[in-house]
Design a protein. Structure first.
Length: 328
């Protein structure tokens, strides 16, 4: 082992380990006992702050074992991936009890554990919805039971990649913890005919900070369903909105964003088409009227008459409007 690595201050070694890929970090720790002693804390902090799991027996077993071990003292978040194609999952009651055990163990091991994320499989599927709904029920009931014993804590629930029909199941079973929902990511799919389920769910998510609405229909999506969803948001402290795959105009998009003007810090727009060649004027409006921490534009198009053109480097329109830092 090169003496230069052994002589690194522990703080610098920790910073290196946090930036290295996990496999490389593991190799570095294994190279020398002194480096292992100085760097293990940072390695554990990087590797065990989040535990992802699927609903397969092997993944659940691994999570059960991990949440009993000392490195999980850094655990902050458990991510549960609900996979539509998961055939080897425990029965609903058995699954519910095992998830509850994981949450309980995690809280006993780590005082930092404060987030449970439900992440739906992003891939298209043709499998029976009924079997998939069983997964959602088990996860929701496990979270609900767990939170009953921790009502005074600041636990957050994040829900990512959910479809509209899954919102109905969540609404039916999870009303008691929807006020803890911090983030929702919703996908519109080709067979969606109504947004009623998410419209009923959002008023109960009174502490929502982030909402992401994505068009996964394979066709153009107008702002009408988006407007219906955002009007249902009851949170007064919404900080982030992401929209993807939508046709719009400056005026229509302004109307959607305006109710959140006081609290909004982040806006992300992807695969957006602005009609009436209104993109540049929309960017000017945002620059003059919002105090954002982040404004992200990607894959932006404009329609002028019948012609559609891609906006090259859309972020440059934003940067050109930002004040130049004063020289010292």
């Amino acid at each position: 082992m090169p003496p230069s690595l052994i002589s690194l201050p522990p703080e610098l070694l920790c910073n290196i380990l946090k930036k290295l890929p996990i496999d490389h970090g593991r190799d570095l720790l294994a190279s020398c006992r002194e480096i292992y002693d100085n760097g293990k804390h940072a390695f554990d902090q990087k590797c065990f702050s989040v535990i992802p799991l699927t609903l397969e027996d092997e993944s659940i077993l691994q999570a059960e074992e991990l949440t009993k071990e000392q490195p999980c003292c850094f655990l902050e978040e458990v991510i549960i991936r609900i996979d539509r194609e998961c055939d080897h999952h425990p029965g609903k009651l058995h699954l519910e009890n095992r998830l509850l055990s994981i949450f309980t163990n995690a809280l006993q091991v780590s005082s930092k554990f404060n987030t449970i994320t439900i992440h739906y499989d992003p891939e298209e599927f043709d499998s029976a919805v009924g079997r998939y709904r069983v997964h959602t029920k088990a996860v929701v009931l496990a979270i609900q039971t767990f939170l009953k014993g921790h009502e005074s804590t600041n636990f957050k629930i994040d829900i990512q990649n959910i479809r509209l029909h899954d919102c109905a199941t969540l609404l039916a079973l999870g009303k008691s913890f929807l006020s803890r929902v911090h983030s929702i990511g919703l996908r519109f799919e080709p067979y969606d005919t109504t947004v009623r389920s998410i419209q009923e769910l959002l008023p109960l998510a009174t502490n929502l900070k982030e909402i992401s609405l994505m068009n996964d229909t394979g066709e153009t999506l107008t702002l009408n369903p988006i407007r219906k969803v955002t009007k249902a948001v009851s949170s007064k402290t919404l900080e982030s909105i992401s929209l993807a795959g939508v046709d719009t105009t400056k005026d229509k998009l302004q109307e959607i964003l305006h109710p959140f003007k006081a609290s909004l810090k982040n806006i992300k727009l992807q695969q957006m088409t602005f009609e009436q060649k209104s993109f540049e004027s929309f960017v000017r409006y945002i620059s003059r009227n919002y105090s954002l921490e982040d404004f992200d534009l990607e894959d932006i198009w404009e329609i002028d008459g019948k012609k559609e053109r891609e906006v090259i480097d859309p972020m440059s329109y934003w940067y050109d409007l930002q004040p130049t830092p004063a020289s010292s």
